[in-house]
Write a protein that binds this ligand. Structure first.
Ligand code: DP6
Length: 379
């Protein structure tokens, strides 16, 4: 027989960024981080893990292309840990099928174009770990599983929960306490909306793994950030989320994105992830916020030029009208559900800024905060 389980896992976008490893082998971060999980209706990875005595080797299919599992140390490490736990479970429980040593076949697909240039490694590794965990019937909590997913890709550990999620850096050299925990579920603050402005569909120039290592080795600003900025910011961000205080959430999110990119610039040789379009989007968001004399939107950028904008449902007419007026030609607006408002009063942008955004943004993805991984019913 073939044993099989299918799961789906979400994308997450950090508002306090993970950047820098204190242990490369165990993939332990230099600072804690915090993210919002995005709805799987719009972005998700669907992964089926199966095993059988008839399979000849471990194999992985990513969006239809076969990848070698043993050539990826990150995948191997996850598989090794999950297999070991299944073996222990089989040893304890005589009635369980002996499947731990069967070869695995993992088939993984994204419901969004890989070409959209979105970080898919977080959803990908979260789905990978969750699918094998379900197949092996390991009685693990998401926090326990996050320890395994973290070793695949750091940001993946945060995709094991829905809502608002922190990755606590931990203290132990083994990494046993470097895990993800839920700060608040979706229902706590369900009004959070997200617009992703796809600026470039190209693969990023400097991978996050390589970029972080260069930063740790050469940036003095980085040490200051990890030691003296992020710990306090984590506390403030958790408080903002618990209090549903969007102004503080927005302020901290933008500051942290900007400091992350400053640290990249402080790396030798410097790493540039933002481009002219990214910077023009920052100007547009700043102008939305000035128009309300406060905070209606917050931008954040990962290791690439794409912008992720957070805003509350109550401000969506204002935020989306502004974004739409500067990205007329982008795909994806047909899904928008909002009443256009008169934008001229708040849109005080120079024509060059508008031109840069409208020629630079190819696609818009509108989504919201969402739930954690789901194990799909057997078919
Ligand atoms: C800028 O999780 O991709 O998106 O652990 O080396 O796989 P590895 O790095 P990865 O880094 C993500 C960096 C980031 C910020 C974040 O998501 O916190």
């Amino acid at each position: 027989p073939v044993y099989q389980k299918t799961v789906s896992a979400p994308v997450n976008i950090a508002v306090i960024k993970y950047w820098g490893k204190r242990d490369v082998g165990l993939n332990l971060p230099s600072n804690s981080s915090l993210s919002v999980t995005l709805s799987q209706n719009d972005l998700r990875t669907l992964t089926t893990a199966s095993c059988s005595a008839a399979f000849e080797e471990d194999s992985l299919w990513l969006n239809g292309a076969m990848e070698s599992m043993c050539e990826s140390p990150r995948l191997s490490v996850c598989v090794r840990e999950l297999r070991k736990s299944r073996l222990e479970l089989e040893a304890k429980n005589e009635s369980l099928e002996k499947i731990a040593n069967y070869k695995l076949r993992v088939v993984s697909e994204n419901n969004f174009p890989t070409a959209a240039g979105l970080a898919s490694s977080a959803a990908g590794f979260a789905a990978f770990a969750q699918a094998i965990c379900a197949l092996y019937e390991l009685p693990w909590t998401p926090t326990e599983l996050s320890r395994v997913a973290r070793q695949g890709s750091g940001s993946a550990c945060r995709s094991l929960f829905g809502g608002y999620v922190s990755w606590e850096m931990g203290e132990q050299p083994t990494g046993a306490d470097s895990v993800a925990v839920q700060v608040a579920p979706v229902e706590h603050w369900p009004e959070m909306r997200v617009a992703i402005l796809v600026v470039s569909a190209a693969k990023k120039g400097v991978s996050s793994t390589a970029g972080m290592q260069a930063t740790v080795a050469t940036s003095s600003l980085f040490a200051e950030r990890a030691r003296n900025v992020v710990p306090q910011r984590m506390v403030e961000m958790k408080n903002a989320i618990r209090a549903r205080d969007f102004a503080s959430f927005a302020q901290l999110t933008m500051k942290d994105s900007n400091q992350f990119h400053a640290v990249c610039l402080d790396t030798t040789p410097p790493i540039f992830y933002l481009n002219d379009t990214s910077r023009a989007i920052i100007r547009a968001v700043e102008s939305i916020n000035s128009s309300v004399n406060g905070y209606a939107a917050a931008y954040t950028f990962d290791a690439g030029p794409n912008a992720v904008i957070y805003f509350l449902e109550k401000d969506s007419d204002l935020v989306l009208t502004t974004l739409r007026s500067v990205t007329q030609n982008a795909e994806g607006w047909e899904k928008a559900d909002f009443k256009p408002v008169e934008s001229s009063e708040f849109l005080n942008l120079e024509p060059t800024v508008i031109d840069t955004i409208s020629s630079g943004v190819s696609r818009v993805i509108l989504t919201r905060v969402g739930d954690g991984p789901q194990v799909l019913p057997d078919t």
